[in-house]
Design a protein around this ligand. Structure first.
Ligand code: NDP
Length: 449
């Protein structure tokens, strides 16, 4: 499987320790494949046991979350925080609230976060957390009671200089607000312990927009440097209709593209005239409704049941912004057949390894999640800086920093791939560039006996 006996041994151990955890194994395997030339070129990683340490979380916390629903019934969910690696800074990563949350998904997200955070150039370690709680269909009161109970336990393990969680699927401004309020009550301190906060209590301007905007800045730089092209005049398909999808659509449109389709977990809408984002925002951000309602409100728009169908819509640029493994091999083949030029991952690991292979074999520009969606966590780190300074930057200042960071990440990943003989392979480049800083810091900090 690997040319390196060392990597083979480490991967077999990961399989043994984490049986059946397919998302986690998929993420580890992809990273180890990319790191093979680096590990073969320099014996220090094996000598210092870096890879076997890297694939084992520093700490995993699993806890019961009990709360009372509107009918007075006790409900129980399971909470998680996986503190994966703190070599270059306090743990940092979002909280996912979705019924599919399990140890494999928590670990894959926490593992990927190590490299992504390193790529931003900012001092943040990797972590992820969440619960199998589903905020969909719950009242504000139920969401509040869940979040308070979740934070009552989590508060013991986090802190502004220890671990700083943020939003993810199912965790938006409302949930962060309830969690922040509970942390403050418990600890009697007002610190930047969470990011993605509301603007009236320590949030950063442009944080809400950051992941989607950052994705488009990355894809734009990739198009410019690798194809002398841009978003101008391109047809774009964006999956999902949550935080990342909405602001990716906004920026892609601003840069001259036309977004013609968006989705949720039930289905997708197609609007040949270009998606009217104010309608989507009203449905998703204000009413917490379904994307199907777009077609009921906008003349000429069509709704199709089934979310995977969105990849049959012909486009030049595809931006998957919903969830992991949403683009399978068959969808990738259809995208290629329909003439896609570039794929930019807004969601975490939205393309399966087979789908990525289809894109790479066909010369499609491919921007991997770790690099392309790092704008969210980068801006979260900027929120931490502003909280520490007790100061806030303007929208334009934060947006300019975000733009600079995304351009920097592209070039870092591009150069790392070239250095190791894989020119244009940004998957490998991102993994290598993210790895080196973390690995060298781990070596420098020694091993606790
Ligand atoms: P939201 O909860 O705001 O939106 C998620 C969107 O994806 C919704 O439209 C949702 O549809 C859809 N979706 C979720 N699960 C599935 C599924 N199993 N199948 C199909 N569609 C699904 O989350 P975000 O926009 O914040 O996150 C989207 C992705 O981006 C995730 O992979 C996340 O990890 C990643 N990401 C987010 C960052 C951020 O700053 N928020 C930063 C970096 C990465 P429905 O409403 O029907 O569930």
């Amino acid at each position: 499987m690997f040319k390196s006996a060392y990597l083979t041994k480490v991967y077999e151990q990961v399989e043994k320790r984490n049986p059946g955890e397919k998302e986690f194994l998929q993420a580890v395997r992809e990273v180890l494949e990319s790191l093979e030339p680096v590990v073969l070129a320099d014996g220090k990683y094996e000598k210092n046991g870096v890879i076997e340490r890297l694939v084992e979380p520093e700490r995993q916390i699993v806890f019961r979350v009990s709360w009372v629903d509107d009918q007075g019934q006790v409900q129980v969910n399971r909470g998680y925080r996986v503190q994966f690696n703190s070599a270059i800074g306090p743990y940092k990563g979002g909280i996912r609230l979705h019924p599919s949350v399990n140890p494999s998904i928590m670990k894959f997200l926490g593992f990927e976060q190590i490299f992504k955070n390193s790529l931003t150039g900012l001092p943040i370690g990797g972590a992820k957390g969440g619960s199998d709680f589903d905020p969909k269909g719950k009242s504000d009161g139920e969401v509040m009671r869940f979040c308070q109970s979740f934070m009552t336990e989590l508060a013991k393990h986090i802190g502004a200089d220890t671990d700083v969680p943020a939003g993810d699927i199912g965790t938006g401004a409302r949930e962060i607000g309830y969690m922040f309020g509970q942390y403050k009550r418990l600890q009697n301190e007002f610190t930047g312990v969470l990011t993605g906060k509301g603007l009236t209590y320590g949030g950063s301007l442009a944080r809400k927009e950051a992941t989607g905007f950052g994705l488009c800045y990355f894809v734009d730089e990739m198009l410019k440097c690798m194809k002398n092209d841009s978003f101008k005049g391109k047809t774009v398909v964006v999956s999902g209709s949550g935080n990342v999808a909405i602001y990716a659509t906004a920026k892609a449109t601003e840069l001259g593209g036309k977004v013609v389709a968006m989705s949720d977990s039930n289905g997708y809408v197609y609007d040949k005239d270009g998606i009217k984002l104010d309608v989507v925002k009203q449905i998703k951000e204000v009413e917490r409704g379904r994307i199907r309602e777009y077609a009921e409100r906008v003349k000429g728009a069509e709704y199709h049941e089934g979310c995977a169908g969105i990849w049959t819509v012909p486009c030049d640029i595809a931006l998957p912004c919903a969830t992991q493994n949403e683009i399978q091999k068959e969808s990738a083949e259809i995208l290629v057949k329909n003439g896609v030029v570039a794929v930019g991952e807004g969601a975490n690991m939205p393309s399966t390894p087979e789908a990525i292979a289809v894109f790479q074999e066909n010369g499609i520009l491919f921007a991997p999640a770790k690099a392309a969606n790092a704008g969210g966590v980068a801006t979260s780190a900027l929120e931490m800086s502003q909280n520490s300074m007790r100061y806030s930057w303007s929208f334009q200042e934060v947006d300019e920093k975000l733009h600079g960071i995304m351009v920097g990440i592209f070039h870092n990943a591009y150069n790392a791939a070239e250095k190791f003989g894989m020119k244009g392979n940004l998957v490998a480049g991102a993994n290598i560039a993210g790895f080196t800083k973390v690995a060298d810091s781990m070596i420098a900090q020694g091993i606790a006996y």
